[in-house]
Design a protein around this ligand. Structure first.
Ligand code: MTE
Ligand code: LUZ
Ligand code: MOS
Length: 750
């Protein structure tokens, strides 16, 4: 099946928010943000700005008619700072003017004074000061304390991972248009249309039915627009509401990089205990999450960290604790993997360190401890339909891990400054929002009298291909050409109360709702066809390639003919349906339950070459065996696996957020923040989908694919670590991502 959106993208014809025709009377907004990370606001003078050329209005928190609050889970985040600044880049005021340049000029005329206070930037410092977003949480399985005495090797250490800029191509932006009777229509670049609707309603003091939010598509979200598109939409809506004129707000790249939230940096302490033959008996870990200055999604992300403490492994005794720590940095937020990559990095570091102590290749330990059917996760859920070992074995079959390791060792024996390393990275990722409530979706299908079909859902297309997948679902139910089906923009007036498109569940949840909606219409069409055939039993009727069959015989009735007849007989050719993932639950009072519909599994082999004089490296090969179930669209899934891997290896090796002591992000431009490019792509990149995958827990036996492949990138860190070990076997490895060439050089030669 072709990916029908691609020709539009390739020709540059796909419409993004900034491409929409601009309404008459449009104003452009710009914001004035805090130049310090922490302190008291002594004064804020908007007067000169208000008189600035072409400026229609300048606003601060006092101009908010509703609540000055955008915190989604915890109400700790003002839309605009009132008396205190808690991160550099926090919005203090907003100007609306005739052009974007004039709006920025107006903000430059705003004067503010502060009583500065020292910022806290490190989560461990914050923890020591008791600056917690919520009480720490602990997941445990077995009896970790008594397990240590049964271990032959116990290894302790620290593992830290840095944040990550989303670097979506389309920066944060929104267009707000006042509607009659003081309502508001907002075009937003958000993964959460209903979240923006709630945010705007809250800030403007309006009921939800007076706020309409529409999203055509995003130029990338990656989690950065799950929560953090809302404030920008609220700011545009605030100015539009006050001035009763359309207002557009578009951040430039530097503003977006400097002011918006990123992946959470984590620091962790671990302790791991193994038997002599490599079985992991006990694992203890404490995660310090750098949450930034407001909760945002931090508590949900921390929860997913805990759920993925043991990744793809069965560990009988686990104690994992974690805390969200407030610092004076822009609130960190969702990013592909949502806290799970941070957890998996720590466990791989622990395994790597233990392997070094035991003089084994980590893969020996990894393989020995892979999950088996029925094994318990630390939250008490058994692994069902477990593919951990199958993916590993298939990858081993395809790549021959032993031979790859020997090749690297042979090479290393004859090369002094160039070293090779291999690593295997197994991944197991739980699918469902961990907040059970969010696992619901609605869909609305219309069949028109010419046989074409429109589908609405809450799903947001952000490049991950969910629209094409929804078309595939509808096309399969109706058995018609997907070209006859269109997916409408997500709109809060078509499908209400939608969850964000996130947690990799976009196709699962919305696809299931679309299937149910289409099935309702199909049942009515079969009934009509039965009447037309004079057959009292619509169950004997099938539809194939746009034709109705009766007991496998072509009836001569086409899709169009039956629709025309159904319309004539006054049959409803529209349907709304609703899907809620069955069977999931979680009890936070005991931290046990079955929060996920199922898990996604996979294994990646990584080979790297490190130049130990220069500290530079090449990723020679990544070979992935991934379980995509019965894919709704294999081409899209391949793109997701490849893209996820590359984004993951960028996080692990080159993307570095650098904050100075004042809390300023020093790498807030494309020139100073390094993201992977074509040259970072492995020379050899193989994606192999596990055979005979099926998955009764998701629509049409498919599997979610969006986030899990990100974590294959972790393998690159440990492949490099193996190469470094070959160069200097005595030196103890450090676990502090990203593993940049600078860090490699310092490690090797200091
Ligand atoms: N792929 C592209 N091209 N662009 C994106 O923004 N976001 C990722 C992933 N793949 C993203 C992407 C994230 S963080 C998630 S949660 C899923 O897509 C969301 O889409 P899905 O649930 O429909 O898979
Ligand atoms: N968002 C969310 C997510 O609200 N809950 C989740 O469990 C989740 N998981 C991954 C990505 N986004
Ligand atoms: Mo993805 S982090 O769930 O938007």
């Amino acid at each position: 099946m072709k990916h029908l959106d691609l020709p539009l993208h390739l020709r540059g014809e796909s419409l993004f928010l900034d491409d929409l025709p601009e309404p008459a009377n449009l104003l452009h907004a710009a914001v004035f943000t805090a130049p310090i990370a922490h302190g008291e606001i002594l004064s804020l003078d908007l007067e000169k700005a208000q008189r600035s050329k072409g400026t229609a209005g300048v606003f601060c928190w006092r101009d908010i008619p509703g609540e000055n609050q955008v915190g989604g889970i915890i109400p700790d985040e003002p839309l605009m700072a009132e008396h205190e600044v808690s991160f550099m880049g926090e919005t203090l005021a907003l100007a609306a003017a005739e052009t974007p340049a004039l709006a920025r000029l107006a903000t430059q005329k705003i004067r503010a004074s502060f009583r500065e206070a020292p910022p806290i930037l490190n989560p461990r410092d914050a923890f020591a000061l008791g600056r917690l977003v919520a009480p720490p949480r602990t997941f445990s399985l077995g009896d970790t304390d008594s397990a240590w005495s049964l271990c032959d090797t116990i290894t302790e250490g620290q593992a830290d991972s840095g944040g990550q800029e989303h670097f979506y191509l389309e920066t944060q932006n929104a267009l707000a248009i006042p509607t009659e009777n003081r309502g508001m229509k907002v075009y937003a670049s958000t993964q959460a249309p209903a979240g923006v609707q709630r945010g705007v309603a809250r800030v403007l003091g309006l009921p939800l039915n007076r706020v309409e939010v529409e999203v055509r598509r995003l130029g990338g979200g990656f989690g950065g627009k799950e929560d953090q598109a809302t404030p920008w939409a609220c700011l545009a809506a605030l100015a539009a509401f006050r001035l009763q004129r359309p207002v557009k707000l578009l951040l430039n790249r530097h503003e977006d990089m400097a002011w918006t939230g990123k992946r959470h940096p984590y620091s962790a302490d671990f302790k791991i205990g193994l038997t002599r033959d490599g079985r992991i008996l006990a694992y203890q870990v404490m995660f310090y999450q750098n949450s930034g200055a407001a909760a945002d999604l931090s508590t949900a992300i921390l929860e997913r960290t805990l759920f993925h403490t043991s990744n793809s492994y069965y560990i009988p005794h686990v104690r994992a604790a974690a805390a969200c720590c407030y610092t004076h940095l822009p609130p960190f937020t969702a990013f592909r993997g949502f806290g799970a990559p941070q957890a998996m990095f720590v466990l791989e570091a622990a395994i790597h360190k233990a392997a070094q102590a035991m003089n084994l290749h980590p893969r020996i330990i990894q393989e020995k401890n892979l999950l088996r059917e029925g094994d318990l996760f630390p939250y008490g859920m058994p692994a069902e339909n477990c593919r951990a070992r199958r993916c590993w074995q298939r990858a081993d079959q395809l790549c021959d891990f032993q031979r790859r390791q020997e090749e690297a060792e042979n090479f290393n024996a004859t090369h002094r400054f160039i070293k090779k390393g291999i690593a295997i990275m197994p991944v197991c990722f739980g699918i469902s929002f961990t907040n059970t409530t969010l696992n619901q979706a609605g869909a609305l299908a219309h069949v028109y009298t010419d046989g074409s079909v429109n589908i609405s859902s809450g799903a947001v297309e952000m490049g991950q291909g969910v629209n094409m997948k929804l078309r595939a679902v509808a096309a399969r139910v109706f058995n018609i050409d997907p070209e006859r089906i269109s997916i409408l923009p997500a709109n809060t007036t078509h499908v209400a109360n939608s969850s964000p498109t996130a947690a990799s569940t976009g196709a699962d949840l919305n696809g299931a709702a679309v299937e149910l909606a289409c099935l309702q219409i199909l049942a009515r069409l079969k009934q009509t066809a039965a009447l037309m055939m004079g057959d009292p039993n619509p169950h004997s009727i099938q539809i194939r390639a746009g034709r109705f069959l009766q007991k496998e015989q072509d009836s001569g009735l086409t899709w169009e003919k039956v629709i025309a007849e159904a319309y004539k007989r006054r049959t409803d050719l529209s349907a709304h349906a609703f899907y809620a993932t069955p069977g999931i639950f979680f009890d936070r009072s005991i931290e046990k339950g079955e929060p996920f519909a199922y898990h996604v599994y996979g294994t990646a082999l990584t080979r790297v070459t490190v130049d130990c004089l220069r500290g530079t490296y090449d990723v020679d090969q990544v070979s992935i065996v991934h379980d995509a179930g019965r894919s709704l669209h294999p081409q899209i899934d391949r793109g997701q696996v490849e893209g996820g891997l590359i984004q993951g290896l960028g996080w692990m090796t080159m993307e570095e957020l650098i904050y100075d002591e004042q809390g300023r992000q020093r790498a807030a431009s494309a020139a100073s923040y390094k993201v992977p490019d074509l040259k970072s792509t492995p020379e050899e990149l193989h994606v192999h989908f596990l055979e005979d995958g099926y998955n009764p827990k998701a629509v049409m036996n498919s599997k979610a694919v969006g986030e899990p492949p990100f974590m294959y990138g972790i393998g690159v860190y440990f492949a490099i670590a193996e190469a470094l070990k070959a160069f200097n076997p005595e030196k103890e490895m450090f676990y502090n991502a990203p593993l940049t060439p600078e860090k490699i050089l310092l490690h090797l030669h200091s």
